[in-house]
Design a protein around this ligand. Structure first.
Ligand code: C2E
Ligand code: MG
Ligand code: MG
Length: 321
């Protein structure tokens, strides 16, 4: 009733709490939540209803980003962020035809045999004004717009073509986005890249993160099995960072687990990281899955890994991408 500006946070908080209470529908108890975005006429110079609603929407997105079940007020910076994102979306549209992508390769080192077993392809976007953009920045935008399908297909073709010129036995690893699994034709895209390049399928390793399996549809597993049937290897990337990485190991016969760099970076400071790495190595051994440690930067980290029995590594200690 009292909507003076001071009371808005109080009202918003009450709504959030009230909506969070479980309630009964027939025989079922339901729990839902609400996120709230707030915009005020005082935010806008010459008020238009559309602008007001758009601002409230932006604030709502922020509330959701910040974990849902909360409220946020509109701030001008939110608008600036959206504009920047729109510009990136537009720039990405033309990036493929303008040949602005390159692949860098980072060696996967088998320190037991003292040799390079393969290279991971890491995508870079060279924009005329932005300079080189990190995949961490543009891949989420490419995923949201669906462009990642075309970009990902390019990555597969390019990586397979490059690898076909490498010595026999040297593999290439390619990262796949969960969004590429939504496209019906992923298996065809992969087999096409192999056929075009003449690369033997067992020299291609596809890296997926658990977010692919989080989509939790029979389709995803079927696609993974069909990729496996081509002879391609499947690796789980960033292992240990997700919610239920362990249970995913039961659902698909991964060929390799890549221990996330967060654990490796803490090896020398945190004994629990050593325990976790040791456990993953043991898991790999008993399940017959190869283990590789990502993000190895120091000799100390390497020494600990080798003591624990992990000989396959990747990181700045050996080479930048
Ligand atoms: P990722 O697949 O886990 O790749 C490893 C990342 O760690 C790379 O970052 C690499 O440059 C970095 N790195 C390697 N060694 C070290 C180290 O010793 N220390 C530190 N601090 N970092 C190290 P990059 O190239 O920026 O890629 C970031 C992420 O972007 C990748 O993580 C991957 O998830 C994604 N990505 C890269 N290329 C592609 C692509 O072609 N397609 C898709 N869908 N995602 C890609
Ligand atoms: Mg990777
Ligand atoms: Mg990784």
């Amino acid at each position: 009733q009292n909507t003076s500006a001071d009371n808005i946070p109080v009202l918003a908080q009450r709504l959030v709490e009230a909506m969070h209470e479980p309630f009964d529908v027939g025989a079922h108890q339901l729990v839902i939540g609400v996120s709230i975005g707030i915009a005020s006429t005082s935010d806008v110079a010459d008020l238009e209803t559309d602008t007001l609603i758009k601002n409230a929407d932006l604030a709502l997105y922020r509330a959701k980003e910040d974990g849902r079940g909360t409220y946020r007020f509109f701030e001008a910076a939110m608008d600036a962020r959206l504009q920047a994102r729109r510009r990136m979306e537009l720039d990405l549209q033309t990036s493929l035809e303008q040949e602005q992508f390159t692949l860098l390769y980072q060696p996967l080192v088998d320190t037991g045999r003292g040799r390079v077993s393969g290279f991971e392809a890491l995508l870079r976007w060279h924009h005329p004004e932005r300079g080189t953009v990190s995949p961490v920045e543009f891949i989420p935008v490419a995923e949201e717009t669906g462009l990642i399908k075309a970009i990902g297909a390019w990555v597969l073709r390019q990586a397979c073509a490059d690898a076909a010129a490498w010595p026999e036995g040297v593999k290439v690893a390619v990262n796949l986005s969960p969004v590429q699994f939504n496209a019906r034709n992923l298996v065809e895209v992969v087999s096409h890249a192999l056929a075009l390049s003449g690369l033997a399928p067992n020299r291609l390793e596809l890296e997926i993160t658990e977010s692919v399996l989080l989509q939790d549809t029979g389709d995803v597993l079927e696609t993974l099995h069909r990729l496996h049937a081509l002879g391609v290897r499947i690796a789980m990337d960033d292992f240990g960072t997700g919610y239920s990485s362990l249970s995913y190991l039961q659902r698909f016969p991964f060929d390799k687990i890549k221990i996330d760099q967060a654990f490796i970076h803490q090896l020398t400071e945190k004994t629990d990281s050593v325990a976790i790495v040791r456990a993953v190595i043991g898991l790999g051994r008993s399940l017959g899955i190869a283990i590789l440690a990502e993000g190895v930067e120091t000799k100390e980290q390497l020494a600990i890994l080798q003591t624990e029995g992990c000989w396959d590594v990747q990181g700045f200690l050996f080479s930048q991408p």
